[in-house]
Design a binder for this molecule. Sequence first.
Ligand SMILES: Nc1nc2c(ncn2[C@@H]2O[C@H](COP(=O)(O)OP(=O)(O)O)[C@@H](O)[C@H]2O)c(=O)[nH]1
Ligand SMILES: [Mg+2]
Length: 238
Amino acid sequence: MATTPFSMVIPTYNEAGGIEKLLRAIDDVCKANALDAEIIVVDDNSPDGTGAIVDRLAAELPVRCLHRPGKLGLSSGVIDGWGAARPESRAVGAMDADFSHDVGILPKMVAALDAGYGLAVGSRYISGGGISNWPMRRIVTSRVACALARPLTNVRDITSGYFLVRRDALDRVKLDPIGFKIGLEVIAKAHYGRVVEIPYVFTDRTTGQSKLNNREIVNYLKQLRKLYAQRLFPGKAA
Ligand SMILES: Nc1nc2c(ncn2[C@@H]2O[C@H](COP(=O)(O)OP(=O)(O)O)[C@@H](O)[C@H]2O)c(=O)[nH]1
Ligand SMILES: [Mg+2]
């Protein structure tokens, strides 16, 4: 059976330090496992020149860069990237640019889609998964964020930003890009049928800086409020 063609979207803002290494690592994994991938980097006019690095690499790797005029947010970047995906991709995904998400599990994620799962989520919170070097503050924030969303789904790593979803699972789904957590939006709203979590060990970035700030935490709470309202009062606009 042919492997599922997919488009992996990587939103970037000031990721010049690691983007080339990451794109080469993804390409190596895809080639070694005969995965049919295109990579779309969505760059928000990063002052550090991330977009220009990706443009240069487009000549040699299956990658292209979507340039947006300014910092418009992670989730809207992922959604815009999906909108630009090539027609033959039957799945779309998201991944961070900072090497936190283990490229080594990509073949397992694609194999899950090949096997009929509609959503494959890279997971820190199932057996075999973990977090290697996050400060305690981030670990606690992440755990609390997951606990708050727990009633919405059985997926353990609800705030994972690393996943692949069948493209038709997003048909007629209105995604709200308000928060940092596009994965939660997809997990809570898309029509993916069976879901599988694939364990990996999250490693904190070694170059560049996190863009998760207090504003994004407030946005996450607003996103949750909307999702709960939609669950409790379907049909009403939240
Ligand atoms: N295009 C775009 N990418 C963003 C924006 N904010 C964050 N990102 C990217 O989203 C990914 C996750 O952000 P990161 O700072 O690593 O968040 P953390 O892992 O929660 O600390 C990285 O690839 C960032 O470069 C944004 O406003 N626009
Ligand atoms: Mg990160």
